[in-house]
Write a protein that binds this ligand. Structure first.
Ligand code: C2O
Ligand code: CU
Length: 662
């Protein structure tokens, strides 16, 4: 990744140098003058920078064309143009000794060439940092200043050059600053998001059909997401009957103390964070009443990782309106798959999850014995006050102790509620990784200890038998020591295990589809980071195929389609991509097929420079978010939707509505 950032920093440095070269190279000077030294030096720097970026581009070829291509396509022409200009017009000429200087007739051509070459480099740098559109605007502005100066000079017939040179310089500077400011304001205004937009009301141009047919997308009178409740026409919720598990979650503001004594004004469900742990049995109907008692903000509940019917997905502005203060909403869904899940608000989620509106949802297997003395615990890792804040398990930032008798079975359900991946380490007992994102690992091997990188939003279940010594769980800061007598004792497992690779763990088993399947739709999502403006504010924009929410084309599928998605992460950051309503089978990483247990993910951490190919069956009609679960990234644009042909949403998103799902 250092290559990636070296290139970005070089591009950033090229901007001021390009402006300096342009300034000194094409400003009003004595027409007989040779190119100024500053302009030549700046030019050399630009050439050096472009050459460095060319090397970076070539090095990135090792990662694949997706990574190197855009750089080479932009940088090579810039290098060629700049080098040509230097060789033809700027190289110091060899003057025969003793001759008087002659009036330099080549100057107009030189000025034009310098401006052009610098413009190319400038645009190249901006294009990679901020995107092609911004580069065109910025390029026009930069080239506009010398053009204006030239027109001005023409009008004044150059007579006043000597006299008014200084004033003209100041005027030129003013024009330049004004233009840059105008471009910034223009880009900022252009980035303001629509006050109201619908995820399904867009033109056909805003969809990506992945090579399949678009038929059905346009036909009106389709089905609304609100009808996708999983309830059949006889009124039987989610088909069939049986026990119903009822819960109430009340969103409210609560002041809590961390174990360090630090008070936090949290937003909680039922006065606690994590909120109440909801434990249900596979097959049961879950009915949760959400009541909003928050001060002046809406709220929803999203069942992260549970493939609920679309109307129950809890995304403000897509599957429901945010629940207003004082109001309530009832969620009903059948817990069809056992596993570890979590729930959280999906209204202003980057703020509300951070502030505490989340909890664990555990679905016990239908065949689990009703009397089982396994110690079954969830450990939700959460960082208070931003990514650099205080990391906790529960509300404890320190090390907690738990007495557990030797011989007892323990199942730890690890949940990362943050956006950045967190390293969990368990030492002191042979351990197995029993499940990932709620899906069982097939034949998980016993490891002497384990170290796992749990991506944002993801879950890993660990199982072990309590030995007669302590077992230590560490979560990048906070930790828990389990010991037979409640004391810490010496930690016998101090050797740090290697990081588990879920692509190679467990053993293969049959899957309903795989690498060799015929896919009905294939999508590629390129993840980039760009400098620019998002919703009027200067920010790092996290783009999907160069677009940001809500402009990222919806991935369109038809019910029953087998869909392949390739995530290409061209940034230097982790992006835990979360697809609602479906589980994705991971096919390959960086071109290498997975070789362990089938790996089903609902939140897949795509690391810097990584490419993942995944597949899923489109078997849950609706409009589903697919977004980065680093929720700050999502709030900077990294959100798109998966839409089923014929499904529409009556809900609206934007500043003019109550819905801000990001
Ligand atoms: Cu856990 Cu769309 O979220
Ligand atoms: Cu991200």
């Amino acid at each position: 990744m250092w290559v990636h950032y070296t290139d970005m920093v070089t591009a950033l440095l090229q901007l001021p140098v390009a402006v300096a070269a342009w300034w000194t190279g094409c400003g009003p000077q004595d027409p007989a003058a040779r190119p100024s030294r500053t302009s030549v030096v700046a030019f050399m720097l630009l050439l050096g920078g472009a050459a460095l970026r060319l090397v970076a581009g070539v090095l990135l070829l090792a990662w694949g064309w997706e990574f190197a291509g855009p750089r080479l396509v932009f940088v090579v022409p810039a290098l060629v143009v700049a080098a040509t200009v230097y060789l033809v017009w700027l190289r110091p000429a060899r003057k025969p000794p003793g001759e008087a200087p002659v009036r330099d007739r080549g100057r107009p051509a030189r000025v034009a060439a310098v401006a052009g070459a610098v413009g190319v480099v400038f645009v190249t740098a901006v294009a990679l940092l901020a995107g092609a559109g911004t580069a065109v605007v910025a390029g026009l502005a930069v080239l506009g200043v010398p053009a204006l100066g030239w027109v001005y000079r023409r009008l004044r017939h150059d007579q006043a050059d000597a006299r008014a040179g200084r004033w003209r310089g100041a005027a030129r500077a003013a024009v330049g600053v004004a233009l840059v400011a105008a471009v910034a304001v223009g880009l900022s205004v252009a980035s303001v998001l629509p006050a109201r937009s619908s995820m399904t009301g867009g033109a056909l141009g805003a969809v990506d059909t992945g090579g399949g047919s678009a038929a059905g997308h346009q036909h009106h009178g389709g089905i609304s997401v609100t009808d996708l409740t999983g309830t059949d026409p006889t009124g039987t919720a989610n088909g069939g009957d049986g026990p119903v598990r009822r819960f109430t979650l009340t969103a409210q503001e609560t002041t809590l103390l961390l174990d360090s004594g630090m008070p936090v004004t949290a937003w909680t469900f039922n006065g606690d964070t994590p909120g109440p742990q909801l434990v249900v049995r596979q097959g049961e109907l879950v009915e949760v009443t959400l009541v909003n008692r928050l001060p002046g903000v809406g709220v929803t509940v999203h069942w992260h990782g549970v493939d609920v019917p679309n109307a129950m997905d809890g995304v403000a502005g897509v599957t429901q309106d945010a629940v207003a203060p004082g109001a309530s909403f009832v969620y009903r869904f059948r817990a069809l798959r056992a596993g570890t899940y979590w729930y959280h608000s999906h209204e202003m989620s980057s703020v509300q999850v951070r502030r505490g509106l989340f909890g664990a949802l555990v679905v016990m297997p239908g065949d689990a014995p009703s009397h089982d003395d396994t110690l079954d615990e969830t450990a939700l890792r959460h960082t208070w006050g931003g990514e650099d804040g205080v990391a906790t398990l529960g509300l404890a930032s320190g090390v907690q102790r738990r007495p557990v008798p030797a011989g007892r079975q323990v199942r730890l359900r690890l949940v990362n509620t943050d956006g950045d991946p967190a390293t969990f380490t368990l030492t002191g007992a042979p351990v197995r990784v029993a499940a990932i994102d709620g899906a069982d690992v097939h034949e998980p091997g016993v490891l002497p200890g384990v170290r796992i990188l749990v991506g944002g939003g993801s879950r890993y279940d660990l199982v072990f038998t309590m030995p007669d010594g302590p077992v230590t769980l560490r979560a990048d800061g906070p930790g828990i020591v389990y010991s037979p007598h409640g004391d810490a004792g010496p930690d016998r497992g101090t050797a740090v295990p290697a990081v588990l690779d879920p692509a190679r763990y467990g053993s293969p088993a049959g899957t309903p589809f795989g690498t060799g399947s015929r896919f009905d739709r294939r999508f590629t999502l390129r993840l980039d980071e760009r400098l620019g403006f998002y919703d009027g504010r200067p920010s790092v924009r996290y783009t999907l195929n160069d677009a940001t929410f809500p402009d990222v084309p919806m991935l369109m599928v038809s019910e029953g389609d087998l869909v392949e998605v390739t995530y290409v992460n061209r940034t230097g950051q982790h992006h835990p991509m979360h697809l609602h309503g479906h589980h994705m089978l991971v096919l390959s990483r960086d071109g290498r097929a997975t070789s362990g247990s089938p790996w089903w993910a609902d939140t897949l951490d795509v690391g810097p420079g990584e490419t993942y190919r995944v597949a899923f069956r489109a078997d849950n009609p609706g409009v589903w978010m697919d977004h980065c679960h680093n929720l700050e990234h999502a709030a900077s644009g990294m959100i798109l939707h998966l839409g089923y042909a014929g499904v529409t949403s009556p809900f609206l998103i934007g500043s003019g509505t109550v819905n801000h799902p990001e």
